[in-house]
Design a binder for this molecule. Structure first.
Ligand code: TRP
Length: 459
């Protein structure tokens, strides 16, 4: 990203590294990366597939148990090295860890390729709200626009926007826009949640979302998806948070930041569920949602906006514009990981790197824009499997491998309250994360294999 330029404090042999201007520069960018389509679109689609409440419960556990410690792993390595992922892993782990950096880059590449397609749907809905209004039959409408020529066009439009921002620098335009639009997004969601509460028939939605079915808690698919979603939503497992932390000065309290970011991110997702599920059940949209879980959000919300009449059109417009902004601040962080690696590893200029990489991602994304099953497949592989793999490797790296004392790094700048829990965090990173994530990885592999076979029609 483009933090304001203050010379690197170490005065070592390394070239001066730009730093964030203020603490809020970092927190805002990190929250901007975390809060995005993952909190609305992916959260509601995965939660719908995972039986609602069972998923939600495991999701909360995974954020606390794995998400926050893993975020601390990435933040530690980034702040310690002041380098982007490949260089950081090389410095603290040696050449053998470069492949992990490459996996991060590949993962960012693949996620952005379909993320941009969904962002394209978002922009399209915003444009429709502004011009012709929401289609009365949201399910049918989504079926028409989700894949095909126009989906390709909106996807490429979104990529151009993302490339333009990463190319030029982000701080002024996007951070300011995010500062205004992200709180409005929150307000709109909360307002919608209140509105949904009074809908006739919403009770069933709450039951689905908030009352876990014990049988489903034992379902490994739900466990895998809750873990994958926690990593995805917190932007973990591919070096995005690492990259942002590389612009941090020495004295920030990483523990405080990790907790702030995780809470903000969870809050938005939870509130989104409080809108989506009551609406789905109150408007009887269960069928169209089961047919296209990928489209759960894009079917349920427009349905609600139509019900609300003229006011719904305005609220809906605001909603999709704000969601589009959330998508852009996240897409930037995905492209930034790939771009900064190109810059650091090959000495390519920022502008050329962003354009070159962006065009390639745009091309690969066309496949997802033409076929929602393919989109779901890439999401299952890059958005679940690869993130889990990356998270596992990161935990092992920080807990056991890196040539720096993680406890000391975590303690630097930490408040007294957090200093006390550092041994616990370290215990989690060393002894709990690796086996737990390894188990999830095993099931995740199985899952992805099933998805691959299903996609190719092998049953
Ligand atoms: N967290 C973002 C979202 O929820 C998406 C995202 C941005 C991401 N950067 C990432 C996901 C890095 C995984 C890794 O929409």
């Amino acid at each position: 990203m483009t933090p304001s330029s203050t010379p690197s404090p170490e005065g070592s042999a390394k070239p001066a590294r730009e730093l964030w201007g203020t603490r809020w520069g970092f927190v805002l960018a990190a929250v901007g990366s975390a809060v995005g389509l993952g909190n609305m679109w992916r959260f509601s689609y995965i939660a719908a597939e995972g039986g609602g409440a069972a998923f939600l419960l495991l999701y909360i556990v995974m954020i606390a148990l794995l998400g926050i410690p893993l975020m601390l792993c990435e933040l530690t390595v980034g702040r310690k090295t002041h380098l982007s992922p490949i260089g950081a892993l090389r410095e603290l782990g040696g050449k053998g860890w470069v492949p992990l950096g490459l996996l991060f880059v590949l993962t960012g590449f693949l996620i952005l390729s379909y993320y941009s397609v969904i962002a394209g749907w978002t922009l399209r809905y915003a444009a429709e709200a502004a011009t012709v209004g929401f289609a009365p039959d949201a399910g049918a409408h989504f079926g028409e626009i989700a894949a095909g020529g126009s989906a390709v066009a909106w996807h490429l439009g979104f990529m151009v926007l993302t490339i333009a921002i990463v190319m030029v620098g982000v701080q002024k335009g996007i951070e300011r826009a995010a500062l205004v639009l992200m709180p409005s997004l929150m307000l709109i969601i909360l307002g919608l949640a209140v509105w949904a509460f009074f809908l006739e028939g919403s009770a069933e939605g709450y039951a689905f979302y908030l009352m876990p079915d014990v049988g489903e808690l034992m379902d490994t698919t739900v466990l895998v998806q809750a873990t994958g979603q926690a990593l995805f939503s917190l932007s973990l497992g591919m070096g995005a948070m690492l990259t942002f932390a590389s612009y941090l000065s020495r004295d920030t309290d990483l523990n405080q930041e990790a907790v702030t970011i995780s809470f903000a991110d969870f809050g938005v997702a939870f509130a989104a569920g409080l809108v989506v599920f009551p609406v789905i059940f109150a408007l009887g949209l269960q069928d169209s949602v089961t047919e296209s879980t990928v489209g759960a959000l894009f079917i349920s919300l427009p349905g609600a906006f139509v019900e609300m009449g003229a006011a719904g059109r305005i609220i809906g417009l605001l909603f999709f514009v704000a969601l589009g902004v959330g998508a852009i601040t996240s897409a930037i962080s995905l492209l930034e990981v790939v771009t900064s690696s190109m810059i650091d590893e090959f000495g390519i200029g920022r502008r050329n790197a962003a354009i070159g990489v962006g065009i390639l991602i745009g091309i690969v994304g066309i496949f997802s824009a033409l076929n929602t099953d393919f989109l779901g497949l890439v999401d299952a592989i890059a958005g679940d499997l690869f993130l889990v793999l990356g998270g596992l490797a990161m935990a092992i790296f920080v807990g056991w491998i890196m040539k720096a004392d993680p406890a000391q790094e975590l303690a630097r700048g930490a408040g007294e309250g957090f200093k006390v829990i550092i041994p616990t965090v370290l215990f989690l990173i060393r002894f709990v994360l690796p086996p737990v994530i390894a188990i999830v990885l095993f099931f995740s592999l199985q899952n992805s294999w099933i998805e691959v076979r299903a996609f190719f029609g092998l049953g």
